[in-house]
Design a binder for this molecule. Structure first.
Ligand SMILES: [Fe+2]
Ligand SMILES: [Fe+2]
Length: 367
């Protein structure tokens, strides 16, 4: 007895079992697997299972036949187990047969892989874990990003391609990482990227992607115009690209003067990439502070536009929570508190907006 909640995952596709198993074990469930209905019934007889995820089309016994057998078990603790049907089937006649047979919910196979949050919301819902259900409901907000992200990827690809045409590939390693991250985004793992804390070596790659997506989400949350959101997100993505030289971080003490020049190097990259002036300005301003204590131009107050300031706040927030030059990354709540204490450096109104956004979004359930 491990004490973990057991979920029986029944599918003849090893890929679906692999994906489902990965999603569920990551959330602390013990996953039993079966590749057909008959084996599923055996597993059910021999185990205490709390939930069944059942494929529709399978050899030996299909999902409907298996479901009917499950509901015929003599004891309620077996016959009453909630069942989620996993299928690409959307024929209403088949769906109603499944409902009649006692299916509790349905999940499209494609969604299992592309949007695990929708699957997890159903799983936790049927297990009556209300707190998690609320969490995954909020996570669905990130899926409103999908069309944006698609367009965003196209946009970024164009820029990166332009830069590469006839240019020496100087940022290859980390750019490759960024592009890999985009591919993950394309697969729908937006939340994974935002919440995964990287190893320090991957700091810039992850920090860039984190900042980019936080900016994208903040823009959507605040209903900025699409163009404004994209330009800000692109700026957030490239703001520290000038830091990609490894020596900046490999030294025991950071060469601060060299470090400061990363802004010019980032701008140089962006200029070659053909990004708009709006993005360029945000990058130029990302270390400026409203009290004039920033760099490189010690700009003050009204000299800094709202979007630049927000990207600065996001940049700082992600730096605090992603560990750079620190022994330990900060917890989200501590980072927010720290940010709020810097009301001279950042506009208090924008800090408040970011704080509200972070509460709305709840970065991680345990932070
Ligand atoms: Fe920076
Ligand atoms: Fe940064």
């Amino acid at each position: 007895m491990t004490g973990k909640t057991k979920i029986l995952l029944v599918d003849d596709s090893p890929i679906i079992r692999h994906v489902g198993n990965k999603i569920l074990t990551k959330k602390g469930f013990e996953v039993l697997q079966a590749d057909n209905g008959s084996k599923a019934l055996d597993a059910l007889r021999n185990n205490h299972v709390s939930l069944i995820v059942l494929d529709y089309y399978m050899p030996v016994l299909d999902g409907l036949q298996t479901l009917r057998e499950i509901r015929r078990f003599p004891y309620k603790e077996k016959s009453g187990i909630p069942v989620i049907i996993l299928s690409g089937e959307d024929n209403p006649a088949e769906i109603s047969k499944l409902i009649e047979a006692g299916a509790n919910d349905f999940i499209n196979k494609l969604k299992l892989k592309a949007t695990p949050e929708i699957f997890l919301e159903k799983v936790f819902g049927l297990l009556n874990h209300q707190k998690e259900v609320e969490y995954y409901k909020r996570m669905k907000l990130s899926h409103t990003l999908c069309p944006e992200v698609k367009e965003f990827k196209k946009y970024v690809d164009d820029c990166v391609n332009k830069y590469f045409q006839g240019e020496t590939l100087s940022f290859d390693e980390l750019e490759a990482k960024i592009i890999t991250e985009y591919n993950n985004v394309h697969e729908g793992n937006v939340t994974e990227i935002i919440y995964d804390i990287p190893s320090p070596d991957d700091f810039i790659a992850t920090h860039s992607v984190n900042s980019c997506f936080l900016t994208l989400m903040f823009g959507i949350y605040q209903q900025w115009e699409k163009e404004v959101t994209l330009n800000a997100a692109m700026a957030a993505l490239f703001h520290d690209f000038g830091n990609l030289s490894k020596e900046v971080y490999s030294k025991e003490s950071v060469d601060y003067e060299h470090y400061k020049k990363h802004i010019d190097r980032s701008i140089d990259f962006v200029r070659k990439s053909g990004l708009p002036d709006e993005s360029l300005q945000i990058i130029a301003n990302h270390h400026e502070r409203v009290d004039g204590s920033g760099y490189p131009k010690q700009k003050k107050g009204d000299e800094l536009d709202k979007i630049s300031q927000i990207v600065s706040i996001i940049d700082t927030f992600d730096t605090l929570t992603t560990q750079i030059g620190l022994d330990k990354k900060m917890m989200v709540k501590d980072a927010l508190r720290r940010l709020l204490s810097w009301e001279n450096q950042f506009s208090p109104a924008l800090l408040k907006d970011f704080n509200l956004f972070s509460m709305q979004f709840e970065f991680k359930p345990n932070d």
